[in-house]
Ligand binder design. Structure first.
Ligand code: GTP
Ligand code: MG
Length: 538
């Protein structure tokens, strides 16, 4: 059973601070500047054993008549309307230090018309003197008034106990597209809940490439704000999302993030925090979707974001969005190319224009060569082009992240690779491999026992990584190879050990992980084959 409690109020009254205080962690950006939170932020919270969904509506915006043409304000107003529609209990936050503003009155009026249960939280009651200002708010016409200090955590207990008691007993989970409850990974992993944690997918990229549009298109809702103004998304917003394929229900949390700009262009501290939160989102995600703009191509900042994904060793899918804007030109170029080919008019040495998605994909991978493990998908959030492929890629990469390579097959693959290409010796010493094992699935991490790790060059690491990829796929995932040297103090296994020889005589040869004399990996049992999965097709 879960109900929905929405926090509403005009900008800068302390909604986000209250949200954080109740949710118990720093989720929303709190900043002393009006209109900082522009999207709703949702969290699944528990108060005295009762689970419910808490929504920070992101400010009711300015008076309609004051700035009716401001699209962000309008979008914000729409979001609040949505939250009001979906909530069981609404907490209206006002600021005791400002007194009642005309906007408070407008909001209160709108809420009273809405007919939902409203609790009035008079915030910033940090001093005794401030307490006397609380009575003034009675004129807003709400029965239940709660003086609180979100920053100091005062009065929250009383407010929330009342809010919870007012949730309808049968309030089921809110399941509309517009307001699905969020189940964060940590919560899902908590003991007692058996549900697997939904996969966290961070949508990242430069400002204005269409990150929020992709989320809205995938969830078929207006869950996050989209606007042509770069820098619309300020906070990271978690959007729960469920898709059913072939009868299997998959749950994800899509994380909308702020566009990341060059740090020297960051204009204010709010943007600094936004970018910070976007980076945090990459750090906590399972898969990062790097969104590029088809019209702009790949610019320096795209590479920076890509770099950040690689640094964090995250699985990744590259999305080239706004394909609708270039599709027509690409189609024409393709026709011309075919015509040229038919007439054989292309002269030697002329550069071939890219005309197929496959060619474009290869070009993107070449440009982002350090992220070349990521599949490239071309989409249009506007007309829905290839969004199904994007979902397919997400499913595929998620499955790759769960792959566990049997040790025997892994060792045979590495052994064969070494046989095909020996490591180069340095100063008379050659790198020797003893044994390999997969120690982690996400990201796929392999421990390689070697004689000396200093001899394991980056080049050879790259070669072995590529060989593992060739054998097992791991498309979309970085492959991490960790060489582990045999400690110098440990002597190699003695050539002759009478006790061991005796034991082997009676029970057959004992399996040994380390075989220094052979200098190569032990062969796995015959018949074991690497199962390389099919690639994602564009
Ligand atoms: N033609 C076209 N326009 C798009 C597409 N996706 C997004 N847009 C437009 O691009 C603009 C920016 O979209 P947003 O979704 O707000 O971009 P964002 O990446 O979330 O931007 P920030 O939050 O500012 O970083 C809006 O005007 C969208 O309507 C697309 O596939 N095709
Ligand atoms: Mg956005």
């Amino acid at each position: 059973m879960s109900g929905l409690i929405a926090i509403v109020g005009r900008p800068n009254v302390g909604k986000s601070a209250l949200f954080n205080r109740i949710a118990g962690k720093r989720i929303a950006i709190v900043h002393d500047e009006p209109g900082v939170t522009r999207d709703r932020v949702t969290a699944e919270v528990e108060w005295q054993g009762r689970p419910y969904t808490l929504v920070d509506t992101g400010g009711i915006g300015l008076l309609r008549r004051e700035k009716s043409d401001d699209i962000i304000t309008k979008a914000m107003l729409d979001q609040v309307e949505l939250a009001i529609e979906a909530a069981h209990v609404i907490i209206l936050v006002v600021n005791v230090q400002d007194g009642i503003s005309p906007l408070d009155r407008e909001v209160a009026q709108r809420l009273r018309r809405g007919g939902k249960t409203v609790l009035l939280a008079v915030n910033k009651v940090d001093t005794h003197r401030a307490e006397s200002g609380v009575d003034e708010f009675a004129t807003l016409g709400f029965e239940k008034t709660f003086p609180v200090s979100a920053i100091h955590g005062e009065g929250i207990e009383r407010l929330m106990s009342t809010a919870i008691s007012l949730l309808p007993a049968d309030a089921g989970r809110v399941t509309s597209d517009a307001e699905q409850p969020i189940a964060s990974a940590e919560e899902s992993e908590s003991p007692g809940t058996r549900r697997p944690a939904p996969l966290k997918i961070a949508i990242v990229g430069r400002p204005n490439v269409g990150k929020s549009s992709i989320i809205n298109a995938l969830t078929k809702s207006d869950r996050v704000i989209v606007s042509p103004i770069a820098g619309t998304t300020r906070d990271s917003v978690d959007v729960p999302f469920t898709v059913e394929t072939a009868g299997v229900l998959q749950s994800y949390v899509l994380i909308d993030t702020a566009g990341m700009r060059k740090s020297r262009r960051i204009e204010d501290s709010v943007e600094f925090y936004s970018v910070n939160r976007a980076q945090e989102s990459i750090a906590r995600c399972d898969i990062a979707i790097l969104v590029l703009d088809a019209v702009d191509g790949i610019v320096e900042q795209d590479k920076k974001v890509a770099d950040y994904i690689v640094e964090n060793r995250k699985a990744c899918i590259v999305v080239v969005n706004k394909w609708d804007l270039v599709a027509e030109n690409v189609r024409k170029a393709r026709e011309e190319e075919i015509e040229r080919r038919d007439k054989k008019t292309r002269t030697e040495g002329t550069k071939k224009t890219l005309t197929t998605l496959g060619e474009f994909g290869a070009w993107v991978q070449e440009k982002l060569f350090f992220l070349d493990y990521a599949p490239v998908i071309f989409t249009s959030a506007k007309d829905g082009f290839h969004l199904d492929r994007l979902l397919e890629a997400v499913r595929y990469v998620a499955a790759q992240l769960q792959q566990k390579v049997p040790t025997a097959i892994l060792n045979r693959t590495i052994n064969d690779s070494i046989e095909r290409r020996q490591p180069v010796s340095a100063g008379g010493h050659r790198l020797k491999f003893f044994y390999a094992t997969q120690v982690r699935q996400a990201p796929p991490t392999f421990l390689l026992f070697v004689n000396t790790d200093e001899l394991f060059s980056d080049q050879y690491k790259k070669y072995l990584g590529a060989e593992i990829r060739r054998a097992f796929g791991y498309e979309g995932c970085p492959i991490i190879l960790v060489p582990k040297a045999r400690p110098k103090t440990v002597a190699p296994i003695r050539k002759y050990d009478p006790e061991r020889a005796q034991a082997e005589k009676s029970s057959g040869p004992r399996r040994s992980a380390v075989k220094p004399a052979a200098g190569k990996l032990r062969r796995p049992r015959a018949g074991a084959r690497p199962n390389r999965p099919a690639r994602i097709t564009r």
